[in-house]
Every structure is written in C-alpha cells, then in structure tokens.
Design a binder for this molecule. Structure first.
Ligand SMILES: NC(=O)c1ccc[n+]([C@@H]2O[C@H](COP(=O)([O-])OP(=O)(O)OC[C@H]3O[C@@H](n4cnc5c(N)ncnc54)[C@H](O)[C@@H]3O)[C@@H](O)[C@H]2O)c1
Length: 329
C-alpha cells in the first residue's frame, strides 16, 4: 500500500512514518520542511506546498494523511489569515483532489481543541463543538470539509487528538508535558498557568498507533474519533512531571502556580476509538516523562528555535517565501 503524508516531516510524522515503513507501507511526504527533515532515507519526498499538488500527482496513492498546517494556538494567533488558509482550505483541497484521484481513504489530523471551553463533563464525538479562537475554528473547518467528502469508495477518518507529548526526532518543546520537562530540568521550575484546567494528553507513541489503526481499519469505516492517553488537570500533570524527575533523576523542582483564565478546558471519551479502531492507549504522563528522560541527550539545546513552532514560524514568515501563504497576504 502506498501512502502520502502531507506535513509528514513534522513532530508527529517523524514518529509515525518509521512505524508505517516498519509495517511494509511505501510512504511519500509532501512537505515544506519548516522544521527540517529527520525522516528515514527511503521516504519519497515531494518538496512542495499542498496547493501545488494536482489530481494527477495523487493517482498512485491508496491513502492520504493530512498532518500539515499551523499546529498550535500561538502560530494561529500570530497569523490568523494564514491559519485559515493552511488549516482549513489546505486540508479541504487535499481531500478534494485525493477523492478525485481515486484514493481510498483520507485521514485528517483534527484536534480536541474544537471542544473549546467546556464544564467538567466527559465529551464524546456527538457533543457540541464550539471554539472561538482561530486554531480551534480552523481545525473544525478542516474536519468538516474532509468529512463531507466521505462516500462509498472514499473513507474519511478524522482523529481529534489531545495534546501530544514525548520525544520525536523533530522535537517540539512547546507542548504541555515537553515544556514542563524542559523548564524543570533547565531551571528547576514548572510554571502552571491554571492548575484546574482539564486537558486530554496523548503520548506520541499512542498518537502514532492510532494513525496505524486508522490506516488499517476496514475500508467501510469513516468518522470522527477522540484520541487521548488520559485526561488530566494541568496541576496534576505538573505533579507527575515533578515527582517523576525526583524519582528518576533526584531533581528538586519548584512549582509556580498561577490562576490565569484559559479559553480551553475539556476532557474527552475515547470509547469510540477503542470500539471501532481498536485503539487502546498504553501511554500516560509518567511514561511520557520516562520517554523524555531516555531521549533528552538529543534535545539538550533547550532554546533551539526549531523546538518552538512559533519562534521558527516567525522567522520563516519574514524570510522564506511559502507559496500558499502568499495567498493570504
Ligand atoms: N502536536 C499536537 O499536540 C497536536 C494535537 C492535535 C492536533 N494536531 C495536528 O496534527 C498535525 C501534526 O502536528 P505536528 O505537531 O506534527 O505539527 P508540526 O508543526 O510539527 O508539523 C507540521 C508540518 O507540516 C508542514 N507543512 C505545513 N503546511 C504545509 C503545506 N501547506 N504544505 C506542505 N507542508 C506543510 C510543515 O513543514 C511541518 O513539517 C497538525 O495538523 C496539528 O494541527 C497536533
């Protein structure tokens, strides 16, 4: 089976693609390489923007996976117009040409951020979505465009992921557990902006497993699936990071607890993914910290701008011409 992964050289793709190769799939990526390329050599490279692909380019793929776009709130707020082009229009266009090329399945990287601010209830995929900020709105637009392409010969699977954390060869230190790990080890301090806020946390290994399950799901399966390794309050995440670093590395970490209002607060049910995709997460905040400890020799230059999406994106925005971004100038 031949797969095309848009945005495959990013944080998630750099862990997922070796897993797909290991299972015998042939994988190409379409990429702008904003954060470099840590992919294995056997990956085929289309070094271009999603918008420059045509139906013809997609004829030989069985499935297409969308992992591209602006992947967090700071990037989306830095440039809301580019956010809506790259997070809403790009996945819509890619799904559209994939369907017309005879591709059998389109897997879309959605986010639990579509749930916005909820009261303390467990949300399943039937619940109302309401976000009022650019990233959440655009991820929902991308998802809705993808889903309405669904048909008898075109499966669409949208994976609403919690915040991913853990080690990737394309490292990000701007994701909740990774950020806490960084400041804890570097400064002996974890800052918690609001300890009572709920977040679904997804280990990067569980995230990659979910995509493998989606690729291998029965052809008739389509739909939206929440993905998380577990639901935690941010205060609890900080405690686990702190305790684990004490147990494993004898580090004494201070907590700086603040009470800043957040516009995202949600916890999600992953029962549907378990029942339909056979997704049974094995990760936890504790296992994520262990994974970061084990790999920390690879990302000890904590302040490398490549580990921060917003720092890199600001630089790119000023220096590099990105074709689809020109659309939104
Ligand atoms: N990381 C998370 O916690 C998380 C959680 C929920 C959803 N998601 C979604 O999952 C996807 C992957 O996240 P990630 O953390 O790996 O992101 P990332 O920022 O590490 O990678 C995105 C990649 O997409 C590429 N790209 C962006 N626009 C492109 C375009 N128009 N054409 C070609 N390539 C393009 C970039 O070069 C980059 O390598 C994103 O869509 C994100 O919104 C991520």
């Amino acid at each position: 089976m031949k797969l095309l992964v848009a945005g495959g050289a990013g944080y998630l793709g750099s862990v997922l693609i070796p897993r797909l190769l290991d299972r015998g799939y042939e994988v190409d990526v379409v990429e702008l390489f904003w954060f470099g390329n840590s992919l294995p050599d056997q990956v085929g490279i289309l070094n271009k923007d999603i918008f420059s692909l045509t139906v013809e380019d997609l004829r030989h793929y069985d499935q297409v996976i969308f992992l591209a776009g602006l992947s967090n709130d700071p990037m989306a707020e830095y440039s809301p117009s580019k956010n809506f082009v790259l997070n809403a229009a790009a996945p819509a266009y890619l799904g559209y040409i994939a369907k017309n090329a005879g591709v059998k399945r389109y897997i879309y990287a959605s986010s639990c951020s579509v749930y916005g601010y909820t009261e303390n209830e467990l949300y399943d995929e039937t619940r109302h979505v309401s976000s009022s900020y650019p990233y959440g709105i655009s991820k929902l637009q991308g998802e809705q465009a993808a889903l309405q392409l669904m048909g008898d010969n075109f499966s669409v699977i949208s994976l609403r992921k919690g915040t991913i954390s853990g080690y990737s060869p394309r490292m990000r230190l701007d994701l909740i557990v990774n950020t806490m790990f960084k400041t804890a080890v570097r400064d002996g301090l974890i800052t918690v902006n609001n300890p009572s806020i709920w977040r679904p946390i997804l280990s990067i290994d569980d995230a990659a497993t979910a995509y493998v399950r989606a690729v291998e799901a029965n052809a008739k399966i389509s739909g939206v699936f929440n993905l998380a390794s577990g639901n935690y309050t941010v205060g609890e995440v900080a405690d686990i990071v702190r305790n684990r670093l004490d147990e494993q590395l004898a580090l004494r970490i201070q907590l700086n607890i603040k009470h800043i209002q957040d516009f995202r607060n949600y916890k999600v049910s992953t029962e549907k993914a378990a029942n339909v995709l056979s997704f049974h997460p094995t990760g936890s905040v504790k296992s994520i910290v262990d994974n970061l400890i084990e790999n920390s020799h690879n990302f000890r230059d904590w302040d490398n701008p490549l580990y921060s999406n917003i720092l890199t994106f600001r630089e790119l925005d000023n220096k590099v011409e990105i074709p689809s971004m020109a659309v939104a100038q």
